[in-house]
Design a protein around this ligand. Structure first.
Ligand code: HEM
Length: 492
């Protein structure tokens, strides 16, 4: 526990926004919270190393305590980023996440294990009851994710205790050098952990880019445009770039940070819950279905629609990231809401970005308080994996997204977004349909009926994208504070 006490003890308010990384009062907090939570680590190549402890509790603790000296704190991440920008020097990012079984294998006292109920239950537990109903529908249901863990890939069908995230490389880095560097680090982990853990599998992630150098996902859409913003410097960036009058990207510290009961001080040690989902993407299937949709719209309206536009209707953005709805006079990527499109004529209500961040729709349609809607936001830190072929001949190539989201409450953030919104065909309105990208792909409900406006002409459509994304496995983790790892030896 903390030696800090008295009047000079630094502090952070959980509701604090606009964090200043140079605020001396915050240094102690930013030194203790891992990187990639409050801001993305920004590296271009990563390795997700899944491990299971095999040693005795004390040996497991000892090894993890030593290995954790490599962790990248939020503060260190900031410093390495400054160094990279000024000198081009690349720095390894290291993060460590534990599952509930990982805490057990370390013999951590129950009161020091984070108590989020989903985290404690684990992603494979299909019997645990959750409440993900939006708009005050409070019915607890089991397995809201509709997952079938029996079909999951290794290692997700096994017990994963620990996930180590390594990331390296900048936008101009040589791919081979990055991979060599990371493989060398993995060899070091293999050697040092031999007696205490076995490596179950390793996922390789990398940032895909379009011709404009923007980060994209495998369907070809620019990704990572909208995420909650915690630092003042990031807020200033958006404000100067395109303004913030239609959409406020800021978020309070506790949207993502949660007190770590195993950290050095109950007011200063923080971690976050991490949702990990390996999501395979059906690239060919998406293109083929979009082609059918384009031809249906063209026939109905007499206006020639191309496949790319039909694809954009599924996301709510064009491929280059431009939102289908523009609230401002100047083009913007994030400074927009759906206020002027309350019939879903321009941006379908079921499109991926409208479902997963309604930007006030729940307030306008159902009177939900804005702060309530915004409290469900998640922080996305995913990265692509697999084949780089964005135009494959066949469906279901080995390509997709290693989805990672950070939040302070798994049920109220990830599960509400995924189950209460994306999978729910009656959100935000009855018969809205599922999110075509990540909504429940096995759902038997009726097709998506939606209105759409083309050249001022409003038409009704009856079309449903299906089987675009498949879940290959996942787990709930916690990213503990750095002092938690330091305490592993003192307290054993
Ligand atoms: C293979 C799976 C997925 C793909 C290809 C994908 C792709 C995208 C793309 C291209 C965007 C637009 C760029 C942006 O706004 O940053 C986006 C936004 C977003 N996605 Fe996903 N996504 C996937 C899975 C998920 C999942 C599982 C969730 C949550 C349960 C999710 C939540 C969000 C959110 C919250 C946004 C931002 C919406 C906004 O603020 O306007 N995504 N996604």
């Amino acid at each position: 526990m903390s030696n800090l006490s008295g009047v000079n003890k630094p502090s952070i308010k959980l509701s604090q926004k606009h964090l200043d990384v140079n605020d001396p009062n915050l240094k102690i907090v930013l030194d203790d919270i891992q990187g990639n939570i409050l801001k993305s680590h920004g590296r271009t190549h990563s390795r997700h190393i899944f491990l299971k402890f095999t040693g005795k509790t004390e040996d497991n603790r000892h090894w993890l305590n030593q290995f954790a000296s490599k962790l990248t704190s939020a503060y260190k991440q900031h410093q390495t980023s400054i160094d990279y920008k000024s000198t081009g020097t690349e720095h390894l990012f290291t993060g460590i996440l534990l599952s509930n079984s990982g805490y057990q294998a370390l013999g951590i006292d129950d009161f020091k294990i984070p108590d989020d109920k989903a985290f404690r239950a684990g992603m494979k537990d299909l019997d645990f009851l959750y409440d993900t109903g939006p708009n005050g529908v409070h019915e607890r249901t089991n397995n809201p994710l509709n997952d079938n863990p029996d079909t999951w890939q290794h290692p997700f069908n096994d017990q994963v205790d620990l996930l180590i995230i390594l990331a390296y490389g900048g936008i101009d880095s040589d791919e081979i050098l990055c991979n060599d560097y990371l493989e060398n680090e993995i060899d070091n982990i293999k050697n040092s952990s031999k007696k205490v853990a076995s490596i179950l599998s390793i996922e390789k992630g990398y940032t895909l880019r379009n011709s404009n150098n923007d980060v994209i996902e495998h369907f070809g859409f620019v990704d990572g445009l909208s995420n909650p913003v915690f630092f003042k410097s990031d807020f200033d960036y958006w404000q100067n770039k395109e303004g913030v009058e239609y959409y406020d990207p800021t978020a309070p510290f506790d949207l993502v940070a949660v007190n770590d009961p195993g950290g050095f001080d109950e007011d200063l040690s923080f971690g976050t819950y991490v949702v990990y989902r390996k999501m395979q993407q059906n690239i060919r299937g998406f293109k083929d279905q979009a082609k059918s949709l384009a031809s249906e719209i063209s026939q109905k309206t007499g206006i020639q629609i191309d496949t790319e536009y039909a694809e954009a209707l599924a996301f709510g953005r064009h491929k280059d990231g431009t939102p289908l709805i523009q609230s401002t006079k100047t083009p913007s990527n994030n400074n927009f809401s759906y206020l002027e499109d309350m019939k879903g004529a321009k941006c379908p209500f079921h499109s991926h970005i409208r479902k997963t961040n309604p930007r006030g729709d729940t307030n306008r349609l159902n009177g939900t308080l804005m702060r309530n809607e915004r409290s469900h936001r998640i922080v996305r830190r995913g990265i692509s994996y697999g084949s780089k072929n964005l135009n494959p001949e066949t469906e279901w190539t080995d390509a997709g997204l290693l989805f990672l989201s950070c939040q302070s409450d798994i049920e109220q953030q990830f599960l509400v977004t995924q189950c209460g919104w994306s999978d729910n065909s009656n959100f935000p309105l009855d018969n809205t349909g599922h999110d075509p990208i990540t909504g429940d792909q096995n759902a038997k409900s009726s097709d998506n009926l939606w209105q759409h406006e083309i050249d001022g002409k409003v038409i009704d459509l009856d079309f449903r994208y299906k089987d675009l994304v498949r879940i290959l496995g996942g787990e709930y983790f916690f990213a503990p504070s750095i002092s938690f790892f330091k305490n592993l030896i003192d307290e054993s």
